[in-house]
Design a protein around this ligand. Sequence first.
Ligand SMILES: [Zn+2]
Ligand SMILES: [Zn+2]
Length: 303
Amino acid sequence: MATPKIVLFYVFTPLPDPEAVRLWQHTLAESLGLKGRVIISEHGINATLGGDIGEVKAYVRATKSYEPFRGADIKWSNGQGDDFPRLSVKVRPELVTFGTDDEITVTADGVQGGGTHLKPGALHKLMDERGDEVVFFDGRNAMEAQIGKFRDAIVPDTETTRDFIAEIESGKYDDLKDKPVVTYCTGGIRCEVLSVLMRNRGFNEVYQLDGGIVRYGETFGNSGYWDGSLYVFDKRMHVEFGAGAESIGRCVACGESTPEFVNCADLACRKLYLRCAECTAAGRQPRCTECVAAPYPAEAAAG
Ligand SMILES: [Zn+2]
Ligand SMILES: [Zn+2]
């Protein structure tokens, strides 16, 4: 592959016939040899696709030629080639699975009732004016924040996006209800929904980082409020915004800074945990900390 590129974008817009859009998107992406994941629902489209730059550009042009997708904000990043195992284009009830389909209203203008969008520059303006009050609220799964997050961000205890409702209804964040809260996620899509859910539950001043961490990193690199690496859902697994990014993640075996996630060797677990390249090469601690704490069934039986 000459110049591998990855595109990431979403559009919230009413799609009366998601199945027709799925067929079109599948044919389009497949004909161009792209791989990755596209989710379509009655609320729009969410896509992460990789391929050679010429083919990816042709895909973007064709996708934007469909009127409801014309305004799609496309985020580009460099791939390594073969970043995704296959092409998957699916219709789902929700673009992001919060389990709150009926709480979200989407019009041609996007999601209704969400937090105020802040572009990276506007976020810095808010921080300049009210930095002492502003709270960053991580809209991703907690695991992703292990290698990078906004400074002093609150990281809810979430294994999947479905866990957010219980978290924001738990009362543990009630002290934030009258503070300026900035939600952020990888590309911005999860915050489109999360910020609605938070506003509906009494958080009075909610902002969402427009374009997510990806756009912020392009704009400010490591010189702003972002610390560490960004977890991504393809073979790269993490990206850094320029040189000098030190991951905030720590290897479970040696404690060194690392952005490298590996799967737990226990086949019943397979959870991702942090282990540096050196410890991986040396075969140190092949299981996650929870599995290390719990004995193997065989050991338990023998012991
Ligand atoms: Zn290590
Ligand atoms: Zn494990």
